[in-house]
Design a protein around this ligand. Structure first.
Ligand SMILES: [Zn+2]
Length: 383
């Protein structure tokens, strides 16, 4: 079976920063993947591209061939890393990685500690919890904000600069087109998000000795992209990668960070940005976060939501049955609101959403998949 192949990376120093790219060959196509920053130094190694290529290879059951030597520590973790991914998601297969091990360079002594910062609940929580240790905020363009969304990127970047400035931290901006390759092979939220963060941590290893990946509380969900038992296995001799905050629910996190003035003026939860809005206020994620903030009694103080919470829209959101932690999060809010008895309208909207939508989608979701499978196997009998 054909391999996914990663060429030797090409490092360039540009007028406005540093640039690392590599060609990844997959399915007869060549993808030129790059990372760029004006806040160097960056690495010249292949580890960022290995992190990007592993899950697509596992998803396709193809070997991964790397033309450039790889950190021996990372290489020694790959078997266990793959085993954990495959255990969490049977669609991922353990594949052969062909690469030479490299003796690591001597790390520089005064390197710093970074946290990935999108402006969301998890990144604010990790930043505020570990602010004594963290020196740098890492802001990536090309992950949740598409490279073509210039206006949204400008506002989100200003936001991150504002937070970094007020916290006395250094901001590192990185731009990458890695989703051009990744999205054609795997789902961003399921398989790519964590490896993509690890790739940027590897990229910044000449200046960052430890990188925090802000973790989401997963409850009974089995998301595999970024998890406590997976993220640290991306560590190399140059950069330690840690997963933080997985044990605190979103509702608890908002309760703990919601009084901070920077959170109140900068919180960014939306990844859909409908109508080009910073927090659109109408997508499922906006509505769920707004419900949590309202239950804490601080929604009006968070200035990044322009409109009041639409309870009708909240009661109608669809909760994906394969991500039970989302419904669990809403149940946590509901039990607080019911216990306090202070907001019956919010309680009613939450009940409507959880009991009707979640149970219906949980019932019909697997049936829909079964029906579609049957349709493929026996087209004439289905429907
Ligand atoms: Zn939204």
């Amino acid at each position: 079976m054909a391999n996914i192949e990663i060429d030797t990376p090409n490092f360039r120093r540009l007028d406005d920063g540093e640039h690392l790219s590599a060609k990844i060959r997959s399915g007869g196509l060549d993808y030129e993947v790059y990372f760029k920053t004006r806040n160097g130094p960056i690495c010249i190694g292949v580890e960022p591209f290995l992190a990007l290529g592993l899950l697509p290879a596992m998803r396709r059951g193809q070997g991964l061939r790397v033309a450039h030597p790889v950190s021996s520590l990372l290489l020694s973790h790959l078997q266990l890393l793959q085993a954990r991914f495959a255990q969490a998601d049977p669609r991922l297969r353990i594949i052969k990685v062909t690469a030479e091990a490299e003796s690591p360079p001597q790390p520089l002594s005064e390197r710093r500690v970074g946290v990935f910062f999108s402006g969301g609940v998890d990144s604010f929580f990790t930043l505020l919890e570990r602010h004594d240790e963290i020196t740098d905020l890492i802001f990536v363009h090309g992950f949740d904000i598409p490279l073509t969304s210039h206006q949204l990127h400008r506002v989100a970047l200003q936001n991150a600069q504002d937070v970094a400035g007020h916290m006395g931290k250094h901001l590192i901006q990185v731009e990458t087109n890695l989703r051009h390759f990744g999205d054609r092979h795997v789902d961003w939220g399921e398989h790519l998000y964590g490896p993509a963060l690890a790739a940027v941590a590897h990229l910044l290893s000449p200046q960052i000795r430890r990188a925090f990946i802000p973790g989401e509380y997963l409850g009974s969900s089995r998301l595999v992209a970024s998890r406590l038992d997976i993220d640290p296995l991306w560590t190399t001799e140059m950069v330690q990668i840690l997963h933080h905050g997985h044990d605190v629910t979103r509702f608890e996190k908002l309760g703990r960070i919601g009084s901070h003035p920077l959170v109140r003026r900068s919180l960014r939860v939306c990844w859909e940005n409908r109508n080009g809005r910073f927090n659109c206020g109408i997508c499922s994620k906006c509505l769920r976060n707004m419900a949590a903030l309202r239950a804490h009694g601080i929604l009006e103080q968070v200035k990044t939501f322009e409109h009041p919470l639409d309870l009708g829209a909240l009661s109608r959101i669809t909760l994906p049955w394969q991500l039970p932690h989302i419904a669990e999060g809403l149940r946590e809010i509901l039990s607080r609101v019911e216990r306090e008895g202070s907001d019956p309208e919010l309680a009613s909207a939450l009940r409507g959403c959880i009991h009707e939508r979640y149970h219906r989608s949980r019932f019909y979701g697997p049936r829909r998949i079964l029906r579609s499978l049957l349709t493929r196997l026996w087209p004439s009998k289905a429907s």
